[in-house]
Every structure is written in structure tokens, then in C-alpha cells.
Design a protein around this ligand. Structure first.
Ligand SMILES: NC(=O)c1ccc[n+]([C@@H]2O[C@H](COP(=O)([O-])OP(=O)(O)OC[C@H]3O[C@@H](n4cnc5c(N)ncnc54)[C@H](O)[C@@H]3O)[C@@H](O)[C@H]2O)c1
Length: 397
């Protein structure tokens, strides 16, 4: 087992810098004031850029009261470890020096070139998206889960907000309204939270996933499992879905087109790691929906989404009166709750990585093997390194 330390002095306190996120739409912050005492117990000194928590309603004064030091813009990047939500911006990377570490959701499988840049700068890149999620020791660090859960909740609330009718059945003197029918495609963390939330709002909820083992989970949140006959099990590695063949995708889309038309609201959450999100709801399926229906595509991104024509952070009203919401980064729309959960994940990760007062990198450890992307000038994560080879670069279809 090889241990290499980012720090030379084992007993020295580790400083963690919290920079303002570079994306103006990113309102979350990686460390909240409540986490500062927990980090201090690990021997961590927290440096927070002034205003870093403002978007999530955590003022500088709350960080100071918790024991953090407020620094000017740009100064957090001098810390031993820079904790963020998204990837650092090019100007932030330019300020980094060899031996520093960056922690965030860096998406190295879809942005391998960023890993290449960080490796070249001698920066240790630690990306929470690579966490081995079935390792029970890793669950408290699972930022994908904590953020997907927030996003799934928000997707259901957003759908209810845009739907011109009630979600619950209401019996009043002015008449009775039938409950909304909601279909959620993809039953991972976000999908199950969307189902549970829509159910709590009173809708009649149906859920579908390509992995048959999700049936019990869908039913446990009070939804009905939608069975499709066209595609065989889509279970892949590590509890994730596999990518479908072109024929399977076409068959799935055709079968879903008939199903989708029956629902008032469709929320899509399907993802396959390191791939473009699968297209589940075709243009024809959207055309078949009733006027006033709402579609929320949680998978909408620059790489495409689960719904034809959806785009991240854009809402489209189709000619047949269907509102298609490309949800983009929904966790950032609930910045306080999302930041609190993310910050707990960061504390748990640092508790794992700090040994004898120093950040200790051990790529042989099963958790670190997933999250440590670059170290000592090299891209050490095999999948990311493979993507940087000229012959295999780019995001697979
Ligand atoms: N502590 C743990 O053990 C733990 C924690 C979190 C997640 N997990 C597991 O990890 C897995 C992934 O969770 P996630 O929320 O990150 O998933 P994800 O965001 O990668 O994908 C969301 C869902 O989309 C589904 N999907 C993909 N392609 C599809 C298609 N063509 N049609 C329909 N559905 C499709 C996937 O099966 C998945 O359930 C799940 O098995 C989850 O239970 C385990």
C-alpha cells in the first residue's frame, strides 16, 4: 500500500478554502457554517471567500461565528484543499499550485480534459461523482445521492407549480377534482424522491425503470410500477443501468409513446453514467399528450436529455399546449437544503482523508480509488485516463 501525503508536516492543520462558485447560477456553497466546528475537530482551518454562502442564505457573519476566517475573493484558492460544488473555473485553476487538492463534483467522465489540466498543474483532483455508492462506509459522503434527492423533490414541486390543476383529489362544494396522474421515468435517487413527493401532494403516481429490481422501491413510495414488454432488463454494473442498443431504445420509445399520453405530468430522471442521457420521450410522445400537461426533464443537459427538444434551463410550450421544462441544475434551486447536505458529505469525506493532521492520498483504498482522479501530476483514475487517450476520447453515445 502506497501512502503519499499532500502535506509534508503530519501534524500541521489542513486549511480548506471555500470559494464563491464561478457559475452565477450555482447558488449552493460547499461548506455551511454548521460544519465549521466539525471540521475544526478534524484539525481543519476553514477559509471562506466573502459572500461564498450568500446564495444559500449563509452570511459571512455566520461563518465567522462558527470559527471560520473570511477572506477576499480569490484568496480561498491558497488553501491546502479547495472545496467546491462544481469544477473550478480556468482562472481559479491558473492560481493553483502543485500539491493542492480540489474537491467537488468535477464530472471527469464527461469533462476528462479538466482532469488533464489539473494533473498538469500537479493538483490532486477529488471528485465525489466517482464514489463507490454501494460501499456502506461511503454513504455519508454520497453527494450524488444528497443532491439528487433535493432535485427529485424540487422536480415534483415544480411540476405541481406549472400544472393548472390540483395534484390531490379535492371534494368541495364547488365540485370534485380528480387527482393528477404522474409518471416518473427512472427510479434512482431523484426519481424515487420525485415519486414520493408527488404522492405526498396527492397525485396518483406511476414509476418506471429499466432495472427490474426497482419495482419494490417504486411500490414502497406508494407508486405503481409500469411494466414495459419491449426491453429486457437494463441492469448494468455497480447498481447502475446499462446503455441500451439502438433497437432497444427505439422499442422503448415506441412503447412509452403509448403510455405517456395517459398522464398529466411526466418527470424524467434517467441517466447512464458517463453517457448521454437516454431519450425516452420522443417528439411524437409529447405530441400525444393532452393540452395543459407538464413534462419535467431532470436529465436535460448540454449533452441532451430524456425528452425530445428539451434543453437545460429552458421551458418550451409546445403547439399542442404541453409545457416541457428542461430542469438543468434543480438542486441549486433549493440552495440552503442542498448545501447543508453537501457540506455533511464534505465533512465525512475529509474525516476519511485526513490522517495525523494531513490529507493522505491512498489510491489503493476502495473509496479513494473511485474519487481520486489526479495525483502527483498524473490522471490516476483508469476510466478518466482512458478517455484522455486520443482514440477513445469524447462522450460515448
Ligand atoms: N447507498 C447505496 O447503496 C446507494 C446510494 C445511492 C444510489 N444507489 C444506487 O445506485 C444506482 C443509481 O442511482 P442514481 O440515482 O444515481 O441513478 P442515475 O442517476 O444514474 O440514473 C437514474 C435512473 O435512471 C435509470 N435509467 C437509466 N437508463 C434508463 C432507461 N433507458 N429507461 C429507464 N430508466 C433508465 C437507472 O436505472 C437509474 O435508476 C441505483 O441502483 C441506486 O439504488 C445506491
Amino acid at each position: 500500500m502506497t501512502h503519499s501525503e499532500v502535506h509534508s508536516q503530519p501534524q500541521a492543520a489542513v486549511s480548506v478554502g471555500v470559494a464563491r462558485e464561478s457559475d452565477p447560477r450555482e447558488l449552493r456553497v460547499a461548506v455551511v457554517p454548521d460544519s465549521v466546528p466539525a471540521l475544526a475537530r478534524l484539525g481543519v482551518r476553514v477559509l471562506v471567500e466573502s459572500g461564498a454562502g450568500a446564495g444559500a442564505w449563509f452570511p459571512d457573519s455566520a461563518y465567522e461565528q462558527a470559527g471560520a476566517t473570511i477572506v477576499r475573493a480569490g484568496q480561498a484558492s491558497g488553501a491546502d484543499v479547495i472545496a467546491g460544488i462544481g469544477a473550478p473555473a480556468p482562472e481559479q485553476i491558473a492560481r493553483l499550485r502543485a500539491g493542492q487538492a480540489v474537491i467537488g463534483l468535477l464530472r471527469p467522465l464527461t469533462r476528462p480534459e479538466l482532469a488533464g489540466r489539473l494533473a498538469a498543474a500537479g493538483v490532486t483532483a477529488i471528485s465525489l461523482d466517482g464514489l463507490p455508492r454501494t460501499v456502506s462506509r461511503a454513504q455519508s459522503m454520497d453527494a450524488l445521492t444528497s443532491q439528487a434527492s433535493v432535485a427529485g423533490y424540487k422536480a415534483a414541486v415544480l411540476a405541481a407549480d406549472h400544472f393548472g390543476r390540483f395534484f390531490p383529489m379535492l371534494i368541495t362544494a364547488a365540485g370534485t377534482s380528480r387527482p393528477a396522474s404522474v409518471l416518473v421515468l427512472g427510479a434512482g435517487v431523484a426519481g424515487l424522491q420525485a415519486m414520493g413527493t408527488a404522492r405526498r401532494l396527492g397525485a396518483v403516481v406511476t414509476g418506471y425503470d429499466i432495472r427490474p429490481e426497482t419495482r419494490d422501491q417504486i411500490e414502497s413510495v406508494g407508486a405503481r410500477f409500469l411494466e414495459l414488454g419491449s426491453v429486457a432488463s437494463g441492469a448494468g454494473q455497480g447498481g447502475y443501468a446499462r446503455a441500451l442498443s439502438a433497437d432497444e431504445q427505439a422499442a422503448q420509445q415506441a412503447e412509452l409513446t403509448a403510455e405517456v399520453a395517459r398522464f398529466d405530468v411526466v418527470i424524467t430522471t434517467a441517466q447512464v453514467p458517463g453517457r448521454r442521457p437516454p431519450l425516452l420521450v420522443s417528439a411524437e410522445a409529447v405530441k400525444g399528450m393532452r393540452a395543459g400537461s407538464v413534462v419535467v426533464d431532470l436529465a436535460a443537459s448540454s449533452l441532451g436529455g430524456n425528452v425530445a427538444g428539451s434543453a437545460a434551463d429552458q421551458t418550451v410550450l409546445t403547439e399542442n399546449g404541453v409545457r416541457v421544462i428542461g430542469a438543468g441544475n434543480l438542486a441549486a434551486q433549493m440552495p440552503a437544503a442542498a448545501s447543508v447536505a453537501y457540506s455533511h458529505n464534505i465533512v465525512a469525506l475529509l474525516a476519511e482523508l485526513i490522517r495525523d493532521g494531513a490529507l493522505t492520498i491512498d489510491p489503493a483504498d476502495e473509496i479513494q480509488a473511485g474519487v481520486v482522479i489526479t495525483h502527483q501530476g498524473k490522471v490516476i483514475h483508469p476510466q478518466v485516463a482512458a478517455l484522455l487517450q486520443p482514440a477513445t476520447g469524447g462522450v460515448p453515445q
